[in-house]
Design a protein around this ligand. Sequence first.
Ligand code: HEM
Length: 412
Amino acid sequence: TIQRLNPFLPEVMPDPYKFYRYYREHDPVHWGVSSNPNLPGTWYIFRYQDVMKVLESPKFGREASKIRNDGEGAPVPKAYRGFSSMVSNWMVFRDPPTHTRLRTIVNKVFSPKMVENVRPAIIGITDCLLDRVHFQGEMDLVDDFAFPLPVMVIADMLGVDPKDRPLFRKWALALQNASASRLKPSPEIYEQAEAATQGFIDYFKKEIAKRHLEPGKDLITALVKARDEGNKLNDEEVLATCIHLLTAGHETTINLITKGVLALLRQPKALKLLRSHPELMPAAVEELIRYDGPVQMISRWAYEDIEIGDKLIRRGDSIGLMLGSANRDEERFENPDELNFHRPETKHCGFGSGIHFCLGSFLARAEASIALNTLLNRLPDLRLKNDSIDWANNIVFHGPKHLQVAFRSPRE
Ligand code: HEM
């Protein structure tokens, strides 16, 4: 018999791929334990083809209200009003037509061109973070580097005063704790998120009002002005979008950088290749997302009865799409467990697929390439301080809580 999997258990975190391999082979559409204790179970889907089928079908979506009337399964419990009503304006939790409207407008301003403009700022921020710790000869890659980098970058893009960055850092941490599905989030976690939401709301309300009077060249101004065929974002949607961009790009970028460094330090051949061929960086970033991506799982609801593999999924069932497993599917990728910067086929699903395909993929790629480049160039003997890794208990945003690394200090 096949054991029911709970992918949120701590023992899964160090090597989820071992579990994925087993289920891909023995029960690729698996009725496992749900992260939400109020649900009877979740269908975990492990094969690339099945994951893509769900992502491309309108029979699956994100709005719990379409199939449940108890509010159960909403991204945030209704009791946390500020947070839950703000989150309901996040495009990632909406289906068409609301999703289409929000995404079309935001796409216009959050573009590859805008990311190109922000490159010099990313380089500056990356260097500055490294300057602070360079002389110590060691750092926590998460706290000292990967955590502050995306917050500073997005704050810069939004046109936020650099002196307010610590506030952003504090609020981002609170939201990050609550927005990720974890085992039994505690009421304190939601209370802190509620307070952080209020902090953000008050902050952005003032900023938005300022931009109405005095437009700048930043993302808030662009969002305030953005229109599409007579539609525009109202102030609440601008506000929710600012917070969405900050949180969606935060935990993900942290883990892309941290697990990217971890994979390279654990595989000296790949590291050596990349050091001697820096032009491989874009391919390396793409392969690192396939190999051990920041987002291991995304969720959907079934809106109709539908067969996937040999299972009948019922209207109202919850679905977990295991992107990390799909990206190691041997039917799709040759030698999937190998980190290979010369793969001919690169269509991984680490950024999702279909209408919700990651809006920030350009920014994520730019931040990760610059961060890895800077680390490799400035820290030629970068190494892990110890082998045991403290993994966050989270399969959605999967990564180490901390990563202690050492390097030669320029003083030595
Ligand atoms: C959506 C992954 C970085 C903004 C998504 C989705 C995935 C993903 C898998 C699809 C969610 C779903 O279908 O349920 C990643 C990864 C990143 C990253 C691996 C690596 C660093 C970023 C950044 C931003 C961002 C830097 C923005 C600053 C978004 C937004 C959505 C999204 C707004 C929702 C799009 C929609 O619903 O249409 N991302 N993301 N992401 N991502 Fe990312």
